[in-house]
Ligand binder design. Structure first.
Ligand code: SF4
Ligand code: SF4
Length: 491
């Protein structure tokens, strides 16, 4: 306990209350407004429609089309930076859910999502599929395919959430949502209860049940959490779409958007409402592995050495089509590499007597520690495209407006691109180093938990995994990169 200098009086430690975004003047009032989400979704829906139209009917050259530039340069960059700086604000503004909610006013879903699919296996598979199709069809270079991807997304949400109740698409299917859920475990903000004592005294539990008409329990005035996260027992950001339904439903104004230690939720294996224990979720561990190693894979797909590897594999396999070659590269990055690295580290941990866990549970538990590093690589990759192409939105919008006969934006200034690569690269390296340090910190905490007497026995093998991934990420950053969906090379 601290003492006051000179007086030698013991002072009580005062824990500062967390920052609460809902208490910020103006911002809190806006987010507390029942239609805040719709207000954020409408502009994104309009932009999505424009992107689809331009993708299907506009120029086929990717750097001149809104569908490709906005999707692959701006949207991904803003999404990753928002996750780093705040939280899952994309899911909050998701335009797909606006269309779904409108459709649900007509078609009421009747079924519950099948029990066998209430996990992340399907979503992890779709995550891999999207990465695969991205490379196979060169989505970044095809406005047409990008437009169809957006349309396919709208169709999938409508079909799945048209048939199944609650937020089945968000929780069990959407690959983009899974990316946001995993990345947001590193975010500094979390939707959480302000005072657990108030929850303990609460009789209605509207945050999960939904606020109902007092006279009729059947009439729901405000839905509760569609993702089955019960606020008093919710822990962390996994599966939270930041939809704020719980905030609006709670009759005691007891839910805020609170600050917390970024990645802090990865340090403990507490029970999480709607999720259970991380250490028991093999499906979720596989999702985090796809997230982390997929970051390396996705970046590898855009550096020069990939062409050498593809040519070499094509000759080795005697094939000319890209799919089998990509299949081998994907299998290496998402199966062989994680199995060797995580399996090797788990085996070594056991040999060093660093943990009482068995081999697979060890791999599951420590896979979550790699999330900060994986996110660092995604940030570096998306940040590269975003910052080097940030200004391309201007000429592309000018060109799109001009094609409709609207000349008020002026002639397209195609020379506008973005920040030169020499300034962006240090930033990329900074993201990777930050992620590397975060992963080391989480790994050390898990090692302390596993082997209190000598944490180094568990820490060293997993720190070595972090070093290997960190070095691979750093190497990727300094390879010549393809300027996907960017018109002019900047340097
Ligand atoms: S968050 Fe609100 S509605 Fe939910 S249990 Fe706590 S006080 Fe009740
Ligand atoms: S209702 Fe559920 S998903 Fe939405 S913000 Fe609250 S906890 Fe997150």
């Amino acid at each position: 306990m601290p003492t006051h200098s000179g007086l030698n009086v013991e002072l009580p430690e005062i824990e500062a209350p967390p920052f609460d975004l809902m208490r910020v003047p103006g911002v809190g009032a806006f987010l507390g407004w029942r239609h805040a989400r719709t207000f954020l979704q409408i502009p994104l829906l309009i932009v999505s429609v424009l992107m689809v139209l331009h993708g299907l009917l506009g120029p086929s050259l990717a750097p001149k089309n809104l569908a490709t530039t906005l999707t692959w340069l701006h949207f991904r960059g803003v999404l990753a930076l928002a996750l780093l700086a705040a939280g899952n604000f994309f899911c909050l503004s998701c335009p797909f859910i606006l269309v779904r909610d409108a459709a649900r006013k007509i078609f009421r879903p009747r079924w519950n999502w099948p029990r066998a699919l209430r996990n992340k296996w399907l979503a992890a598979g779709l995550f891999v599929l999207i990465l695969f199709l991205y490379e196979l069809f060169g989505l970044w270079a095809s406005p047409w395919w990008t437009a169809w991807l957006i349309l396919a997304y709208f169709a999938a949400v409508l079909v799945i959430d048209g048939l199944f109740k609650h937020a089945a698409f968000c929780k069990y299917v959407c690959p983009l949502g899974q990316f946001n859920f995993v990345a947001s475990t590193v975010s500094p903000l979390e939707v959480a209860v302000r005072d657990q004592d108030i929850c303990a005294r609460c009789n209605t539990k509207d945050c999960i049940r939904g606020r109902r008409e007092p006279a009729s329990d059947l009439v729901v005035l405000q839905r509760g959490c569609e993702l089955a996260l019960f606020q008093p027992r919710k822990f962390g950001n996994m599966d939270c779409t930041f939809c704020l339904d719980c905030v609006h439903a709670c009759p005691h104004d007891n839910i805020g958007i609170l600050s917390r230690l970024p990645a802090g939720e990865l340090l403990t294996d507490t029970f999480r409402s709607g999720i259970g224990l991380f250490s028991r979720r093999k499906d979720m561990a596989v999702l985090t592995i796809v997230f982390t190693f997929g970051a390396l894979l996705n970046a590898f797909g855009m550096v020069s050495p990939v062409y050498v590897v593809e040519r070499w594999l094509g000759k080795l396999l005697h094939v000319t089509h890209k799919a089998p070659v990509l299949g081998v590269i994907f299998a290496f990055f998402l199966l062989v590499e994680p199995t060797v690295l995580l399996g090797g580290a788990a085996w070594l941990t056991q040999k060093l007597k660093g943990s009482p866990r068995k081999l697979v549970p060890l791999m599951v538990r420590y896979s979550y520690a790699l999330v900060p590093l994986g996110f660092g690589m995604w940030l570096a990759h998306y940040g590269f495209h975003f910052f080097t192409g940030i200004l391309t939105i201007i000429p592309v919008s000018q060109s799109a407006a001009a094609s409709l006969g609207l000349t008020f934006l002026g002639k397209p200034r195609w020379l506008l691109t973005g920040i030169p690569i020499r300034f962006v690269q240090p930033m990329e390296l900074g993201f990777v180093v930050l992620g590397f340090l975060g992963s080391l910190l989480v790994t050390h905490r898990l090692a302390e938990e596993d082997c209190e007497a000598s944490p180094m026995r568990a820490f060293i093998p997993w720190a070595a995994v972090c070093v290997v991934i960190g070095l691979a990420a750093a190497w990727l950053i300094f390879q010549p990169m393809e300027m996907r969906a960017t018109f002019m090379m900047s340097n």
